[in-house]
Structure formats: C-alpha cells, structure tokens
Design a protein around this ligand. Structure first.
Ligand SMILES: [Zn+2]
Ligand SMILES: [Zn+2]
Length: 127
C-alpha cells in the first residue's frame, strides 16, 4: 500500500524531527545550566539582576553566534536578558520600532481625526 508507506515515512520523519528537537533542548538546557553556574545572574548589558521565576528571562548568548561552540570555561557565553539578547541580534538590522511612536498614540490620532468624515468630504466635494 503506497499510502501506508507514505504515512510510515512521515511518522519516521516526525520522530526524527522530534528527536532532534529534544536533543537541541537537552543541549541548550545543559549549557544554560552551566552558564548559570559560572556567571552571576545579571544581564551583561543592562545590569538587571535575576532570580526565582524571573530567571527564565535570563538567556545564554553565544559571543561568536555559534550555538555549537560551548567551551567548558564558558568563554563563549554571555548572560543576557531577553530584551538585550534580542537587541544584540538585531543590532545590525533595522530596529526603528524601538524608537517609533507607541501604538496607543497612533490610535488616538486616528479616532480624533475621524477618517470617515474626511473620506465623505472627499467623495462629496469632488474635483
Ligand atoms: Zn538586559
Ligand atoms: Zn545570542
């Protein structure tokens, strides 16, 4: 049955994928734990301190951006909070939204401006 074979292969692929994910998770967990043992629980960029539940927001950054490079002395790791970590990775990219107007401000202008009234005027007034 070709159909059965296909499902088997798909199942195998899914299992392999799941295994790869588990493996990666295991690896990430282990280097994170090691990094947390070596370094103080402080963001290397903004200096925020973390403990308890908040510790989840402290992540391990790889200085050379190679997640497979995990020397036991931790020299390739840096503890960064999720915000600084994101910043670190988007530093060279367009990051305008950080300084842009907040969504709230945009909303207010929109509602007081009454765009539909304006539109109506345009339609009625004509050329
Ligand atoms: Zn930070
Ligand atoms: Zn990173």
């Amino acid at each position: 049955m070709p159909l059965k074979k296909q499902t088997d292969e798909r199942k195998k692929a899914a299992a392999a994928l799941a295994e790869a994910r588990r493996e990666q998770e295991r690896r990430e967990k282990s280097y994170r734990e090691r990094a947390l043992k070596i370094y103080p629980w402080v963001c290397a960029r903004c200096g925020r301190e973390f403990s308890g539940k908040k510790l989840r927001e402290l992540t391990v950054h790889h200085r050379d951006h190679n997640h497979d490079n995990n020397p036991p002395d931790g020299s390739n790791w840096e503890l960064l909070c999720i915000y600084c970590h994101e910043n670190e990775h988007s530093r060279d990219l367009e990051a305008d939204w950080y300084d842009g107007p907040t969504a709230g401000e945009g909303q207010e202008t929109f509602s007081t401006h009454r765009p539909f009234a304006e539109l109506e005027k345009l339609l009625k007034g004509g050329k």
